[in-house]
Design a protein around this ligand. Structure first.
Ligand code: ADP
Length: 328
């Protein structure tokens, strides 16, 4: 069976982008067709300035929301990265295969390091080595497919390079994984700045729809989305990114093609109303299930404990093999 690994960072409240671009597909498709491992990658949340209590709280919240989105612990393995030591064990071994130059070339490192420095802060070493830990996350499990958004494609490429290099130098140990693209809603944009991604790590803003936003808050955010001075609803990502984003969100919520959907709306106002209602409806079952799960935190803890046990069993033989192969 194809093995799929994907992760989510507990760096902020989960957004509509996380849901449409990743979580929904993991629940509706991946966990049924593949042996799915879905991981709250809390170690990755420590690469930039963080608040310990907040990371812990957001990890539990992400787990609860993943279950609320339909991940079924009978079908897949849901766990927290730091509960499984194999990730950091393997990461060190892979650091001995990766190069300093490779790390410094990562676009996300350059962007995030510049941001930290711009704020007058220093750059954590873990920000530089983060892609190696991500490679360990993936390679420890013999992963075949990694469903990721566009922004992670370079890191999966690096993971492939490290796997091939390790196998060549030290003997066949790792499966070489491939990235898979989520298709529609690969990149949900910020409603106020439609040229940048709707990211959960950004400061809370009116352009970000959070999964736990009340329906009226969702409506308000969508109705205030930035569009442009045109009137006719046409799908053009370059010239009209705001409208294109709304059409893509609508297509992701209701099915269909953003270009074809554009013909059905006579004005931006009508489009926004349709998008607002579609988003409210898509999020409704998630919020309801989340509320139920919050009343049973022991259940969520139990799922994570069993998930970590299962993940550890899956990872250990391969990580042990990597230790032996490299001379430990
Ligand atoms: P973030 O980028 O918000 O910190 P993560 O790195 O934790 O999110 O990503 C978790 C998953 O959600 C990844 O598969 C990522 O590609 C997807 N994702 C995050 N933001 C968006 C977005 N705005 N549109 C589509 N997918 C997204």
């Amino acid at each position: 069976m194809t093995r799929v690994f994907s992760g989510i960072k507990p760096t902020g409240h989960l957004t509509l982008g996380n849901y449409l671009g990743a979580m929904r597909r993991w629940a509706a498709v991946d966990q049924h067709r593949a042996d799915g491992l879905f991981c709250i990658v809390d170690l990755h949340a420590l690469t930039v300035d963080h608040d310990p209590a907040r990371v812990r709280r957001l990890s539990r919240q992400a787990a609860t929301l993943l279950l609320a989105s339909g991940l079924d612990p009978e079908l897949c393995t849901l766990f927290v990265q730091s509960h499984v030591d194999e990730h950091t064990r393997l990461s060190y071994v892979l650091e001995c295969v990766a190069t300093d130059g490779e790390m410094r070339r990562m676009i996300q490192y350059k962007e995030k390091a510049a941001r930290e420095q711009g704020r007058g802060g220093s750059v954590r070493l873990s920000l530089l080595t983060y892609p190696v830990l991500m490679a360990a996350d993936i390679l420890a499990y013999g992963t075949d497919e990694v469903p990721v958004g566009d922004d992670q494609a370079q890191h999966v490429e690096l993971t492939r390079d490290l796997a091939v290099r390790f196998n060549q130098r030290y003997g066949q140990t790792f499966v070489v994984p491939r990235a898979t693209h989520p298709g529609v809603a690969a990149r949900v944009m910020n409603l106020q700045e439609p040229t940048s991604k709707m990211g959960k790590s950004d400061d809370a803003g009116p352009g970000i729809v959070y999964l736990l936003d009340e329906p009226d808050v969702v409506r308000k955010k969508v109705l205030r989305a930035v569009t442009d001075s045109g009137r006719e609803v046409v799908y053009d990502r370059e010239e009209r990114p705001g409208v294109a984003n709304l059409l893509e969100i609508l297509a992701a919520c209701e099915g269909g093609d953003p270009g074809e959907l554009s013909g059905a709306y006579a004005s931006y106002g009508a489009l926004k109303k349709a998008v607002a209602e579609a988003v409210v409806e898509v999020l409704r079952p998630v919020r309801e299930r989340h509320r139920e799960l919050c009343s049973d935190p022991a259940y969520v803890e139990g799922v994570l404990r069993k998930g970590a046990e299962r993940a550890r069993e899956m990872a250990r033989p391969r990580v042990d093999a990597a230790f032996r192969a490299i001379g430990l």
